[in-house]
Design a protein around this ligand. Structure first.
Ligand SMILES: Cc1cc2nc3c(=O)[nH]c(=O)nc-3n(C[C@H](O)[C@H](O)[C@H](O)COP(=O)(O)OP(=O)(O)OC[C@H]3O[C@@H](n4cnc5c(N)ncnc54)[C@H](O)[C@@H]3O)c2cc1C
Length: 387
């Protein structure tokens, strides 16, 4: 049986970063993955993910984001791939909405560079948008997007260059701890041993970590690319990343949407989605068809903020959220096995943290602790325990 210092189960967003970080610290790493790097079956496809620092989910995430930004730049450098684009970000809506008020709170608490804009100023700067007259916005220059497929491929390439063995198209069917304090991992093609295990299964967590009984809601989400109507007053350039920020809008009446500037030319479509509003499913049974009624629902909501988003749908794709009851992540040592680290439940907002989660998982694996603040993510916290 081949023996490694550490096995990473699931080389997707977080597992790829963990393999990279662990190999970088000199460990003999084996990564096992069902699909190939950059695949479209989990949580890490669709071309773009928002990255921002004025974090309405909680100001406690900001130190992790600062570290993540440094590590994103390092990953670009090491891989030679273009991954992060800082085109600015705007978080707007009802003045007391979490999206506006929470973003402003995080920005103020951490002294982040930001501006508060009223509706007229939003319309003047970003003529694609027509928010309600009483809407307010936080605008943040140091925000934008990262490319998920490029990220996963970059982490896999760099990890392999640092000596990691990565086996794709090789799903893990079973893992167990051994009497000697290590782990034994069985795949469709072999059996491997290691001193440590990192489990990063994304939306497959309920089947890979059933013993934890995590109350995860695996949800079918959709992103849509619509064609805008280009006019003299609002031409293609106004929709493109040269001038348009990433955005999140929330109103009490109409919920929360998010999206991106056009990144693939005038024919590529303007991408957006509902932030929440997923349908419960499983990674094995998700319905990948996007129905006309869903497209109409999205269109109806989208034109409330973007009245010129009236052209044809270019494409729509499904993706999987893994949502915890408090929407904070699950990261830490397995409650029953000290040699196993787990990271899952990224609740639809984890991608921007990818490289720092890799670093945290390497810290936990090697030192059993990390200096990075992960108190919010404790796998044994009350909301994750069965009632
Ligand atoms: C529609 C949508 C929009 C999003 N937008 C944003 C955003 O704008 N900003 C942001 O920060 N985040 C966003 N997210 C969230 C972010 O993409 C996820 O939090 C992140 O990708 C989760 O990473 P993961 O490693 O947990 O899962 P994944 O990237 O899916 O990786 C899990 C991997 O484990 C593998 N695996 C599972 N079981 C096994 C097994 N038995 N054997 C071998 N391999 C296995 C899978 O094949 C997969 O490759 C969005 C998510 C979705 C779905």
């Amino acid at each position: 049986m081949e023996h490694y210092d550490v096995i990473v189960l699931g080389v997707g967003s977080m597992g790829g970063a963990a393999a990279n970080s662990l190999a970088g610290r000199g460990l003999k790493v084996l990564g096992l993955e069902t699909f190939e790097p950059g695949h479209d079956q989990g949580a890490a496809h669709g071309g773009t993910r928002i990255i921002r620092q004025s974090y309405f989910e909680s100001p406690e995430y900001v130190p992790l984001l600062r570290r993540a930004y440094d590590l994103w730049r390092a990953l670009e450098e090491e891989s030679g791939r273009r991954i992060m684009e800082l085109c600015g970000g705007i978080y707007l809506g009802d003045p007391d909405s979490p999206t506006f008020a929470g973003s402003r709170l995080a920005a103020k608490e951490h002294g982040l560079d930001h501006e508060v804009l009223d509706a007229d100023e939003v319309r003047r700067r970003f003529p694609t948008m027509d928010p309600a007259d009483d809407a307010l916005a936080v605008y943040e220059r140091e925000a934008g997007y990262v490319r998920p497929e490029e990220t996963t491929i970059a982490n896999a390439e760099v990890a392999a260059r640092k000596g990691a063995t990565l086996r794709f198209h090789e799903p893990v069917t079973h893992w167990q701890t051994t009497a000697g304090g290590g782990v034994r991992v069985v795949t469709t093609q072999g059996v491997y041993g290691a001193d440590r295990l990192v489990v990063t299964p994304g939306p497959w967590a309920p089947t890979v970590l059933p013993e934890l009984g995590l109350p995860l809601s695996i949800e079918r989400m959709i992103f849509y690319w619509f064609t805008p109507e280009f006019t003299d007053a609002v031409p293609y350039a106004s929709w493109s990343e040269a001038r348009h920020p990433v955005y999140i809008e929330e109103t009490h009446a109409n919920g929360q949407i998010y999206g991106f500037p056009m990144t693939d030319g005038p024919a590529g479509g303007f991408k957006l989605g509902f932030f929440r509003k997923g349908t419960p499913t499983t990674a094995g049974t998700i319905d990948r068809t996007v129905y006309d009624a869903e497209v109409e629902d999205m269109r109806e909501r989208a034109v409330q903020l973007f009245p010129r988003l009236t052209g044809p749908l270019v494409q729509a794709k499904t993706c999987l959220y893994s949502v915890t009851p408090d929407e904070h992540f699950v990261i830490g040592t397995h409650p029953e096995h000290a040699q196993v680290q787990v990271a899952c439940g990224f609740s639809g907002h984890g991608f921007k943290f990818v490289p720092v989660i890799g670093e945290i998982l390497a810290d936990l694996t090697i030192d059993g602790r990390t200096d990075l603040p992960i108190g919010l993510f404790d796998p044994a916290r009350a909301v994750l325990r069965p009632a």
